[in-house]
Design a protein around this ligand. Sequence first.
Ligand code: FDA
Length: 534
Amino acid sequence: MKFLQYSVLPFLLVVVILSLSGATLVHSHGDFLHCLSLHLANSSTISKVFYMRNNSSYSSVLNASIQNTRFSTPATPKPLAIITPLKTSHIQSTIYCSKKHGLQLRIRSGGHDFEGLSYVSEVPFVILDLLNFRAVKVDTKNKVAWVQSGATLGELYYGIAAKTKTLAFPAGICPTVGIGGHFSGGGYGILVRKYGLAADHIIDAQLIDANGRILDRKSMGEDLFWAIRGGGGNTFGIVLAWKIKLVPVPVVVTVFTVNKNLEQNVTKILHRWQYIAHKLPDDLYVDVGITKVSSSQAGKKTVQAAFIALFLGGVDELIPLVQERFPELGLAKENCSEMSWAESVLYLGRAPRTSLDMLLDKNVIPRTIFKAKSDYVKEPIPESGIEGFLSMFLEKEADFASMLMVPFGGKMEEIPENELPYPHRAGNLFQASYIVGWRKEENTESGKYVSWIRRFYSYMATYVSKSPREAYFNYRDLDIGSNNISGYTSYQQASIWGSKYFKNNFKRLVQVKTMVDPMNFFRNEQSIPPLSSP
Ligand code: FDA
């Protein structure tokens, strides 16, 4: 009660002052806070749920999960309040009050959105942060688990590993990524060739819709259940938890890294990789990470490709397989290590492997400032094309740039394009993603780095998918198109970005949105719009 007095009085004062000065918009913010305070008033734990700008913990709660620090500067628009619900009624109250007072609601799970859309908005907004919804319940007997959206991938993998070494889940490789955004955008990782996406293994979900109703798979129906498995977060509702099917893995897996640079024939090896990686047995995944590194010649730089692999089996089986299928790589036993599947996630995620506890460390991957983009490649890029993009890494803006090439084929080849909203399945040799970073103190010059990645993306146009130029929804890129954030967005306008992420599935996503949220309550710069203006 004391907290309530402290929290309500200052904003009432602000409301009075600002309404006397005619600031009607801010007046409605005050109404929102009042509304929420009244709804949450009975909770004895209100101080853990509701953070206004004048709360001493506001900034630390806001910054806690911001992964791209490009969106945590003083100039970044800040939410009016952050709500960290402890129970579903807190979420229902937040929906009710933000709807009533015309505020945008941004839902945040792990805070890894590349463009910061879960915690930044140009129009007045509040954040609903699911950091208290992070339970993981693993049932090894039935090979399933329930995981709440606020948990991280690392927490899920840790929860599975604590119970068994022979089950896993085919999601992303970065342990700090949140379940909520990752699952709702597809989610791929090192098991993508063997098992497909995270979304392919979701068998039930719990969602709160724009009317505050709590729905499961049965009550939401198959159309909405289809849409939330890849059609993107912040569009259809708030997904609280997901029921997933676990997949079998051997007790021992093998990983390796082989580095090749410009002085070691990297162009030719990369060229060969494109013919081989997607056709390898499904148990073998070999991705490539390209960066600028120091050359063996003093003072010089070169470009290096790191071929990093996971094999679902032992080293003695792996070596002859790679020597036969990809001899150009020159794989030797000393490049390989055997370990458990959970350890391999840390290895491929380029995280320290001192103990499995690292999976729980929210800072295991350093937070950086970056801009990223993605593509899908269907035909091998000729050597001349590879030489061209490798040479761009020698430019000075590419000191903190990288390119990741993720092989497809395997299971991804078998799943129809319309099975789930994620459409990039058969016919893709690999997914390419590009990222450029810079130092915090260079933020004022960020434009030159962003220009670099846009030039890089233009260069790649010749070699990647066309009409549409496909992109991965979970690698959010506002350059490819955006909604009108404070007004109506037509189907045609949204199709510009929607067809790139979802191809023909975009149409069905719009139909589902029109059915479940016709007033477009859940929205952001790249949420699916309803067919007509609310
Ligand atoms: P965040 O909380 O920022 O949410 C992202 C979007 O989903 C926002 O629009 C948000 O509103 C919405 N949302 C979040 N929770 C929701 C919920 N419960 N209900 C409804 N909507 C919700 N991807 C991949 O496929 N494989 C990988 O290996 C990696 N690795 C990786 C590493 C790093 C360092 C980063 C920064 C990102 C990745 N990604 C990735 C991309 C990642 O999958 C993508 O950014 C996810 O959307 C992140 O989900 P979070 O919950 O962390 O983000």
